[in-house]
Design a protein. Structure first.
Length: 251
């Protein structure tokens, strides 16, 4: 994408640090789409190493990350207070620095879901030690053989899920009927089977993966949060979304 589209790439997967991986992963793992959009725009404008450059203000990379998460997760009135009490040297335009006005493009491949153990583990923090074989939070399986009959309550799991040892899932979610919004999944028992008629796959996930922005975009692209405008999408490949800066009163 860097050379074909002549655009800078935030995270290319070629070489990175734990801090870079955290900056790329946190927004994808977040269940707060507004916070995720502001997080991604901040790092798209400043680069994944910005946590390290801000760290002297807060004392550590983890404290910096915690402050950024609090900033982007806060309502506008609380953000103003946080920006006014930013430690260290004053910034010329703190609001413009932390909330840039330029949009960015998010490109996600469907294969990310098969690596959910890694990106969800990296989202834990910039100093978190990620195991070489992190717990898997989602299984991606071919949808062939899946039968869901709402009238009778009958559920037949996909053949690929049976081959992996699944015999029963307590929660079944049709992303066509209602997008996998975090509020609707709260309190549901794990694991959660997510499927859609447009998808060649089904995903068996726990809460941490099922509530994430990444699954919302990749499994229910037509119900993407309003800050993420779909550019292109293929259910067998993935898609691209334009991340729009937030505006007061924007619907």
């Amino acid at each position: 994408m860097r050379y074909r589209a002549d655009r800078p790439v935030f995270f290319d997967g070629g070489s990175q640090t734990t801090e870079d991986c955290f900056a790329a992963a946190w927004g994808l793992a977040a269940d707060n789409a507004e916070a995720a959009a502001d997080w991604m725009l901040f790092f798209a404008a400043n680069g994944p190493g910005e946590i390290g450059r801000l760290a002297p203000r807060f004392g550590s990379r983890q404290a910096t990350a915690d402050w950024l998460i609090r900033l982007f997760s806060s309502p506008p009135e609380a953000r103003a207070t946080l920006l006014a009490t930013l430690p260290g040297p004053a910034l010329d335009d703190p609001a413009g620095y932390f909330f840039p006005s330029a949009p960015a493009c998010l490109f996600l491949r469907l294969e990310l879901l098969a690596k959910s153990g890694f990106w969800l583990a990296f989202a834990a923090g910039p100093e978190a030690r990620v195991p070489s074989n992190p717990p898997n939070h989602a299984d991606v399986v071919a949808r062939q053989g899946l039968v869901v009959d709402a009238a009778t309550g009958r559920l037949q799991l996909p053949e690929a899920a049976l081959a992996k040892g699944y015999r029963f899932v307590p929660t079944v979610w049709n992303v066509d009927a209602l997008p996998p919004l975090p509020a609707h999944l709260a309190g549901r028992a794990d694991p959660i089977l997510l499927y859609g008629q447009h998808l060649p796959i089904a995903v068996i996930a726990d809460q941490s993966a099922a509530r994430s922005l990444a699954l919302r975009l990749l499994l229910a692209p037509d119900s993407a949060p309003h800050r993420f405008k779909k550019i292109i999408y293929d259910p067998a490949v993935g898609g691209a979304w334009m991340i729009r800066p937030g505006q007061e009163g924007e619907e």
